[in-house]
Design a protein around this ligand. Sequence first.
Ligand code: NAD
Length: 354
Amino acid sequence: MEIFDMREFDAHELVVFGHDAATGLRAIVAIHSSALGPAAGGCRMWPYLTSAEAVADVLRLARGMSYKNAMAGLPLGGGKSVIIGESRKAKTPELFEAFGHFIDSLGGRYITAEDVGTTTADMTHVARATRYVAGLGAAPGAAGGDPGPKTALGVFLGIKAAVRFRLGRSDLAGISVAVQGVGGVGYHLCALLAAEGAVLSVADLRPAAVQRVCAEFKARAVAVDELLALDVDVLSPCALGAVLNAQSIPRLRARIVAGAANNQLAQGQDGAALQSAGILYAPDYVINAGGIISVAREYEGGASEAQVIADIQAIPARLSEIFERARRENRTTNAVADQIARARLGRQPHKLVA
Ligand code: NAD
């Protein structure tokens, strides 16, 4: 595997492979940039079919974390980790403790937390072996805990900013939103949207998750392969990455794409296809920073939940600035965001920035 030549490789500072024979741990940590502080980003557990697939994912995710942390003004660099395995079958406390030892061996260069496939409970096992972990349980009123609801709050406020910019509306009453994935983030997002009168359509691979949001928030259930093509005001991808690609974009009928999923654009140029179709795209790592803001405050220690919420309330203004600048300069929103983030990291503009 030629890591240095991979498309996803972007002068990452460190890529480390960790293995523990006793627990079967196979993990990779990637640090993209530590220019702004120790690298922070969650740990994804996923049944990657090949190591190359896992490396590509961790590289892409780590870079996304550099951009996200820089954009949110956090004193953190960007990194990410993956554990290769099926999260519903291969999890054991020992596996996560072994992962904690692996993280600890990096001496604080990388701070982990939960991501897709891992939970607050898993992080408590990690914390037995290292202090470089956040996203643990929090006392009432204190910063921390599951980052999902905080991510949902940032996405909700970001959707409102996008609706204001693209549709000229300051409220969500009657605004139609299609949510792809109603898991940790999507569920809480639906709760916030429904409370403001948005009309919800939802899809998820897990029928029970769909039934819950339909029952609690009067959402309409839609088949997974139909959701992306719905004629709605807002499409909110809250499942996995690369949903915006050459095949899906021509099918989209939404006016706005604004969701929690990381790496929504399969490639940088997909942002141009969205722009040409008149679709306003809220760059993923700007709108979904609520969780890492919470993790950062928790890790720093002594912060309250109210402070976390106040920090998250800065997300819509950040997005509005990107929307305005993209319109003024006739550029894509993702190119504008990437340029701002890379400048903060002291990196040259990326070759995909247009
Ligand atoms: P999750 O695993 O709890 O939920 C994801 C849901 O999407 C699951 O219910 C899953 O069944 C569903 N899903 C998967 N593929 C789907 C498909 N093709 N169509 C419809 N549904 C599908 O994960 P989460 O914590 O809610 O995170 C969602 C996304 O947001 C991920 O991309 C994650 O990286 C990103 N994100 C999460 C956070 C956080 O704080 N949890 C922060 C930033 C970004």
